[in-house]
Design a protein around this ligand. Structure first.
Ligand SMILES: CC(C)(COP(=O)(O)OP(=O)(O)OC[C@H]1O[C@@H](n2cnc3c(N)ncnc32)[C@H](O)[C@@H]1OP(=O)(O)O)[C@@H](O)C(=O)NCCC(=O)NCCS
Length: 183
């Protein structure tokens, strides 16, 4: 766990099932609206995640994935969920590799450094756990985000992937590039 100011970042526990609906709200308000400074709203229609996916991720933490939450401590004993990040096995299936998914910060809390804290916390935890590489899939036109990941040591690995659900794509033909950081 890391605490700076009133923000806490930590890996989930089974008790966090009580935050399932809050996590759905954080993920979808970040990914699927244009309330924040950057989102995936312009790329595809519909929500990014539902309660089943979040619930499964909390139950599967430490088994098939690692899920991290960021909280704002409103007052003693009262925390508000403001960020999520999950590490999954990559689509490539490569051993030792983990892929960042559901990286989201509640729009009202964006641009304050919380996303940076969350991703750095997850990267440090991956190293502790013995991962060799972290993978990130980003829509190719998201230059600001891509440049920020590059500042953190990610590099394009040449892989390009199509969005899994072409029907939902608003701009046909938009593809992901894959960024990779080797520890
Ligand atoms: C991407 C996201 C998680 C970043 O969270 P955040 O809390 O806003 O991030 P930070 O405040 O730590 O800023 C991280 C970097 O983003 C950039 N950034 C932040 N706010 C910005 C703004 N308003 N305009 C332009 N760039 C900005 C900067 O490069 C910053 O790095 P720096 O502080 O080293 O300069 C958040 O915007 C989000 O939830 N977006 C929607 C979901 C999404 O797109 N996830 C990523 C999928 S690949």
């Amino acid at each position: 766990m890391t605490r700076q100011d009133n923000i806490i970042v930590r890996e989930v526990t089974i008790d966090d099932l009580k935050y399932t609906q809050d996590a759905v709200t954080v993920v979808n308000s970040a990914y699927s609206t244009n309330e924040g400074w950057t989102s995936e709203h312009e790329f595809y229609e519909g929500d990014r995640a539902g309660p089943e996916e979040i619930e499964n991720s909390i139950q599967e933490n430490g088994i098939s994935c690692r899920l991290f939450f960021a909280f704002d401590i409103i007052e003693e004993g009262k925390e508000k969920l403001i960020g999520t990040l999950r590490i999954d096995p990559p689509t490539s299936g490569l051993k030792g590799h983990g892929e960042v998914r559901l990286f989201s910060i509640l729009p009202a809390y964006q641009s304050k450094g919380v996303g940076g804290r969350l991703v750095r916390f997850a990267l440090a935890r991956m190293q502790e756990l013995g991962y060799t590489d972290c993978i990130m899939r980003v829509f190719e036109t998201r230059t600001v985000l891509i440049n920020w990941y590059k500042k953190m040591g990610f590099e394009e690995n040449g892989e390009r992937l199509e969005f899994h659900d072409q029907e939902r794509l608003r701009v046909k033909g938009t593809t992901f590039i894959t960024l990779q950081k080797t520890f």
